[in-house]
Design a protein around this ligand. Structure first.
Ligand SMILES: CC(C)(COP(=O)(O)OP(=O)(O)OC[C@H]1O[C@@H](n2cnc3c(N)ncnc32)[C@H](O)[C@@H]1OP(=O)(O)O)[C@@H](O)C(=O)NCCC(=O)NCCS
Length: 148
């Protein structure tokens, strides 16, 4: 997407990210400020999509001790969806993880979250198992994996 570029997370954008959380996830599945601070303490891979001076989305991942790149969250504002911004963010994160020696990428996604499940399938992830009631809302999750 030529009108969008990926930039590393900067503290000044945290408020914008919290707004994206509210827009993109149901209340029981939103990260609040303290969750982001916790992930920030883990030295995460954290990227934003900036489109026409607007923060349109973000992706957050961490490298686990076993060499897995754990994709913790990805979200794109509704008005910017279906323009490959999610794909751009995902590809950026996967590339960074590869460069840092990750051998696979893993994630959890609600089984009924069709846009996200399709995004991951399109990028070569496969469903490894179902985790019952993974979310506080009670929804089940797919555990998905992609070898890097
Ligand atoms: C999932 C999400 C990040 C996708 O972002 P996006 O920028 O719209 O994704 P892209 O434009 O890169 O789409 C890539 C592919 O994903 C799939 N996809 C995306 N949106 C879809 C939809 N509404 N319905 C079905 N498939 C969809 C398609 O395969 C699409 O490829 P195509 O456009 O060639 O058909 C976005 O829908 C979102 O923020 N959802 C709410 C937050 C969320 O659920 N995050 C996932 C947490 S695990």
């Amino acid at each position: 997407m030529s009108e969008c570029r990926v930039i590393p997370f900067q503290q000044e954008y945290l408020e914008k990210i919290l707004e994206i959380e509210k827009e993109c996830f149901p209340p029981l599945e939103q990260f609040d400020c303290s969750v982001f601070y916790w992930y920030l303490s883990l030295n995460p891979f954290f990227y934003l999509a900036e489109c026409r001076s607007e923060i349109a989305g973000y992706i957050l991942g961490v490298l686990e001790n076993d060499g897995s790149c754990h994709i913790v969250s990805i979200a794109v504002k509704e008005k910017w969806r279906r323009r490959r911004i999610g794909s751009l963010l995902l590809n950026t994160l996967l590339e960074e993880c590869r460069k840092h020696g990750a051998w696979r990428a893993i994630l959890e996604v609600a089984v009924d979250n069709k846009p996200a499940v399709n995004l991951y399938l399109k990028h070569g992830f496969i469903v490894k198992k179902i985790i019952p009631r993974y979310y506080s809302s009670g929804r089940d999750a797919f555990f998905m994996e992609k070898k890097l």
